[in-house]
Design a protein around this ligand. Sequence first.
Ligand SMILES: [Zn+2]
Ligand SMILES: [Zn+2]
Length: 238
Amino acid sequence: MAEPTVWSEPGPECVLCPPLRFRFNAMAGLPGETGVIARDAAFLLMPDVAPLAEGHVLLVTREHHQCAGAFGRAMWERAMSWRDRVARLYREAYGDGALLLFEHGPASAQGGGACIDHAHWHLLPGTHGVRAVVEQQGLPGAPAGHTALRAYFRTGRSYLLIEEDGVATVHPGDGVRSQFLRWAVTAGAGDETWRWQETFGLPGSRRRFLRTLRALRAAVGPEAEAVPRGGHVPESHQ
Ligand SMILES: [Zn+2]
Ligand SMILES: [Zn+2]
């Protein structure tokens, strides 16, 4: 999403904590609190304020975590079950559960990374060829999971997490420019606008946000009913 240009310290100035949590939405005339698609005690699911495609959402931690590599086991498992839930929402809303998931984290002294204190995953419906674009840029992938991301985090390195075609890979992220993965999504489509600041608040971007919100909100009820009794998830990840 919205990666503010300065590192936001925990506290009242943070644009993803109350009271400023939905300040960007307000600036663009978009719903804030009511623009949340679904939530639990740890995460919020909401449309990106400058969506790259219809269905582009963010899974954001409610509290401060630098990146998913900083999650403990329980948070990681909860994030993975959200990922599965988004796939079900996409299937319900768009007829196909295929998704792209990406994260650029954490911010490092060498630059790059998401400069906010709330770990967030970007999710988009469909397949966008992002891994191939990233590898063409000389950033080879390795199999990704909680352990691999933790290793990056613990050694102070930034990473790029990409899940596409049901396969998750992690790529070195140090020195990679801000919004690189947003660029990689558009590169596959021959589109030339990827910086969120370029589309944020414009009519096309607002329409996408509102269409995403409407479609996924409508999917929330039916998708929950599709989960068999006992809460067992049909296509549990890993
Ligand atoms: Zn982001
Ligand atoms: Zn915050």
